[in-house]
Design a protein around this ligand. Sequence first.
Ligand SMILES: [Zn+2]
Ligand SMILES: [Zn+2]
Length: 106
Amino acid sequence: MHEHSFIEAILKDVNNRDDVKEIVLEVGELVGIETRHLREHILGRFNWVVEIIDKDSKVKCECGFEGRARVVERLHDIVIFECAQCGWVPEVLEGKDIKILKIIYN
Ligand SMILES: [Zn+2]
Ligand SMILES: [Zn+2]
């Protein structure tokens, strides 16, 4: 199975992997991975309960638009998105990170 750098980043924050019972992640919609796929990766390696909360994006564009980006296409590792108003590439304010909201240990 291939690897994604952000999965390693998540694992780096988990102290003792064998003690983890459950992990709650917040995944921005502009992160280049589908939540279903992220879940498969984690479940493929660990015996954890994984809860994933999707977070909407927030972008800011030169045209004045500020709000949720329009997702044009979702490929395996990247998300193509644009300003929902003018179609230009906006600045991302929120929605590009994976955050660990909670880790429950045994
Ligand atoms: Zn993958
Ligand atoms: Zn715009």
